[in-house]
Design a protein around this ligand. Structure first.
Ligand code: HEC
Length: 162
């Protein structure tokens, strides 16, 4: 055991506890409250909500284009749409990243990667493989929606529960 004065051990312990608290708050737990519909309500600012929902609509539009192009046998367009969507880098400030729970971040980043993968599959030219992979990718959409919602910080919903 290292020979340090007692107060130094105390300082180290306090710092470790603070580090643990901050890691939990900003990396793992995020800024959340429970919600009446059994989902996790993530508290964000109105602008952050607008930005993320805009990205979500981009996901849906990409999927619409992918389904239509697959039905038309146009896998080149599928590859283009999927690759573009995979490459979108949402404008996430460190503060917003800190508010999102770890599962949310993991699922979100994984969804972008799956679009990139789908782009490669489409280049392979097999429409059935594209459909199968799109179905699997959309499990990320449904899983995340089943467990999460956004509530604006300081709004009546955030105060009274929602
Ligand atoms: C990491 C979590 C997560 C993933 C993955 C995810 N979403 Fe969302 N999405 C959300 C949350 C949270 C909301 C807001 C729901 C709420 O507040 O009730 C949302 C909202 C939406 C909306 C509504 C947008 C609006 O303007 O109101 C659409 C459309 C949507 N998502 C599409 C998708 C599609 C398509 C996918 C898959 C390609 C997807 N999302 C993947 C979390 C996610």
């Amino acid at each position: 055991m290292l020979k340090l004065p007692k107060f130094l051990w105390l300082v180290i312990l306090v710092l470790l506890a603070a580090l643990g608290f901050l890691t939990n708050k900003f990396i793992i737990a995020g800024n959340t409250i429970p919600s009446k519909d059994d989902r996790t309500a993530i508290l964000v600012t109105s602008d952050e909500r607008i930005m993320i929902l805009g990205e979500m609509r981009g996901f849906l539009e990409a999927i619409q284009g992918i389904v239509e192009a697959t039905a038309e046998g146009d896998l080149e367009t599928v590859a283009k749409l999927a690759t573009q969507t995979g490459a979108v880098k949402p404008d996430m400030s460190p503060s917003l990243i800190g508010k999102l729970p770890i599962e949310f971040k993991t699922l979100g980043f994984a969804t972008h990667d799956l679009f990139t993968e789908l782009g490669k599959t489409a280049q392979g030219g097999d429409p059935v493989a594209v459909q199968k992979e799109l179905g699997d990718l959309m499990l990320n959409c449904t899983a995340c929606h089943a467990g999460n919602k956004f509530v604006v910080e300081g709004s009546p919903e955030a105060m009274q529960g929602n």
